[in-house]
Design a protein. Structure first.
Length: 193
């Protein structure tokens, strides 16, 4: 893993464990020469993650849409800032740069970005590992929902297994390094004449 996209909150939440975990991820990336590609913010979990990686002289690339480019939000000390037209373009640019994806605690944006990565994997458009750093059991309810989707026939088990989960960054990166994408069954056009 040379570069990993990390999706996480623009706030730090109410429990200091989340910010602390973001800092651990930044330190780990720095110690293992893993570049960070993220939303470009200097606030919240994003800022804590980027600041810690910068302390370890790591590469930090922020990709931010023009509409979110505000002086109070954009991190001015990172390695590189890439501006995009919109959120969709931002995701495409991130995808071009990274070898995998990780979600830390966050809100709607975090879930949107990690589920888009999962959808691309499910469709066979990408085959990159996708991990959840499950600090404090943050993703447990979502994982239960995914299991229910399998049980009720809305999600294939092999696609559910694309979600790599750990509560430690060391273990999560190990799982990502050993990830094998599922074989995608091609949909055959069955047009009736």
């Amino acid at each position: 893993m040379n570069k990993i996209a990390v999706f996480c909150g623009a706030s730090i939440g109410f429990n200091s464990i989340y910010k602390s975990e973001a800092e651990k991820v930044g330190a780990y990336f720095g110690e293992h020469n893993i570049g960070l590609v993220y939303g470009g913010g200097k606030i919240g979990m994003m800022g804590a993650l980027a600041d810690e990686l910068l302390k370890h002289n790591g590469e930090v690339i922020g990709i931010i849409p023009n509409l979110l480019k505000h002086e109070e939000v954009v991190h001015s000390d990172i390695t590189k800032v890439i501006l995009t037209k919109n959120m969709s373009t931002r995701k495409v640019e991130m995808s071009k740069l990274v070898d995998g994806y990780i979600a830390l605690a966050g809100g709607f944006g975090t879930l949107d970005e990690i589920f888009e990565a999962l959808t691309l994997g499910q469709l066979g458009i990408e085959s990159k590992p996708i991990g959840l750093l499950n600090t404090n059991g943050f993703f447990n309810p979502m994982l239960q929902q995914l299991d229910l989707m399998v049980k009720e026939g809305f999600l294939k088990k092999e696609n559910r297994n694309m979600v790599l989960v750990s509560n430690s960054i060391e273990d999560l990166i190990d799982k990502m390094n050993n990830y094998k994408a599922p074989t995608i069954t091609k949909i055959v056009n069955t047009t009736v004449k």
